[in-house]
Design a protein around this ligand. Structure first.
Ligand SMILES: [Zn+2]
Length: 224
């Protein structure tokens, strides 16, 4: 369980947890004594008060996971700052988000392949609670910011909605760690065709299956 939190963010610790029915609740908090003011950037260690934020995370052993994240309200120590107090931001979640970034990524992987109704059903069977409308709004935010024609270093890997079952291939920009594209196949020829559309790629990392090594060699002969 500690590893689960360390993987989320190494600066956070697990304070306690309980499991009830099919929900695991983790109480976590930051180990950092100083917090940066989001308005002026000054570090502060003067705590005003604290509260808990409830954030859904990736499921664990088929259980829904809720993080109760201790969130400190701090005094800003910069007297010139426009704010007297501010709330601690957590790097693994958007400022007003209810889901961790890694959970949002997982939802996007699934939803890019399916209608939002089916995606919601499949995710639910994987203990991820998300409505169809919230999938739609996540998809709208999905980064088309990655300029496919300028990306140079990518990693191709398979992705699975459930362990042991692969559903497709995802291409990730190694520099920004953003998803560039995904396709619902692991077939060497189809992956080769897909990679061929990106003559700009200079480096293809494919730690996993041999099929990706073959596809990469055929679509971009001679690259590393
Ligand atoms: Zn400030």
């Amino acid at each position: 369980m500690k590893d689960f939190i360390t993987a989320l963010d190494p600066n956070y610790q697990l304070d306690k947890y309980h499991i009830k029915n099919n929900v695991a609740v983790f109480y976590i908090s930051s180990k950092m004594s100083e917090v940066k003011c989001p308005y002026c950037g000054t570090l502060s260690s003067k705590v005003h008060s604290s509260y808990e934020r409830e954030i859904q995370d990736l499921p664990m052993q088929n259980r829904k996971v809720i993080l109760l994240v201790k969130t400190r309200k701090m005094f800003c120590s910069n007297c010139k700052c426009e704010k007297k107090t501010f709330s601690e931001c957590h790097p693994f979640v958007e400022n007003n988000g209810k889901k961790t970034r890694r959970l949002v990524q997982n939802i996007l992987f699934t939803s890019a392949q399916l209608s939002s109704v089916n995606a919601a059903k499949i995710l639910k069977s994987n203990s991820i609670e998300v409505g169809k409308s919230s999938i739609c709004s996540l998809l709208k935010k999905m980064p088309s910011i990655v300029d496919k024609s300028s990306v140079k270093k990518v990693c191709v890997d398979d992705f699975a909605l459930r362990k042991r079952f692969s559903y497709g291939t995802v291409m990730v920009d190694l520099e920004s760690h953003k998803i560039i594209n995904l396709i619902p196949t692991r077939n060497t020829n189809e992956v080769k065709e897909w990679l061929s559309k990106y003559p700009n790629i200079e480096v293809i990392s494919r730690d996993g299956a041999q099929l990706y090594a073959n596809a990469a060699e055929r679509s971009h002969p001679g690259i590393t």
